[in-house]
Write a protein that binds this ligand. Sequence first.
Ligand code: SF4
Length: 304
Amino acid sequence: MDTISYDNCTICPRRCGADRTKTPGFCGATDRIKVARAALHMWEEPCLSGERGAGTVFFSGCQLGCVYCQNRAISHGEAGAEITRERLVEIFFELAEKGAHNIDLVTPDCYIPDVARAIREAKDNGLALPLVCNCSGYETVEAIKTLGGLIDVWMPDLKYLDEDIAQKYSAAPDYPEVAKAAVDAMVVLRPECVFDEDGMMIKGVLVRHLLLPGCLEDSRNALKYLYSRYGNGIWYSIMSQYTPPDGMERPLDRRVTSREYDALIDFACGLGIENAFIQEGGAAEESFIPQFDCEGVIPRHTDG
Ligand code: SF4
């Protein structure tokens, strides 16, 4: 794990080489962990949110440059508070106390060395909840191996299979190849999906795919690729919740239509996909985008 460091950073496939002890990298992250929200969250897939909520920890900073980012308040490190690794461990236990079904690490990629240490320390001190890694798919295999068996449920995106779309929308033409290798590595680590008696996912791989306006063909290709490689050995989450940020140009200036989404779901069914979460109408509401107001981040004794 210590082969990954914050000076001359190559933690993610961007490999920008920043010395994060002195300046933020492309992702906006320095060598200090930055978290924008740590709270129970009801808007993950039902097998993660359950009745009490997923214990989400939203990390600040992202190695992609998605023009339509749904979490843009945190994606380049603006919102959030810097915390120590010890505080991160405390946050895990506070979420457990609140009744979280799991600890759901949302885009922890930029901080993987510290996150891996924090998980180890928490487990050594009795944390028994499943650990979920909710990430973009733009991760190196080395970084995935650093987290390795510490993660119980991998929840990557597979955003695109087309390099031109990946370049245009996320400034990452290598995204398709990187994400394919990342999902492969995750499936090697968690080859079997396991649910508890309440239907909560406690082990496995759940791949998300967000349908974007005008990208139906690439979405079909993404699902076709996943199904041809993993069949129903993984779970799928096929999402329609895209919400256009202000100022988007066509075709990203609108929500996806029910006709587009229904066509993708029909295609998935035709492939033979059975293990899938799909979204009902109205999913693209603001409620999916949480407030990045540092809830749960600052220690309780200094709150207020
Ligand atoms: S994690 Fe951030 S600093 Fe490190 S290589 Fe990626 S973009 Fe650069």
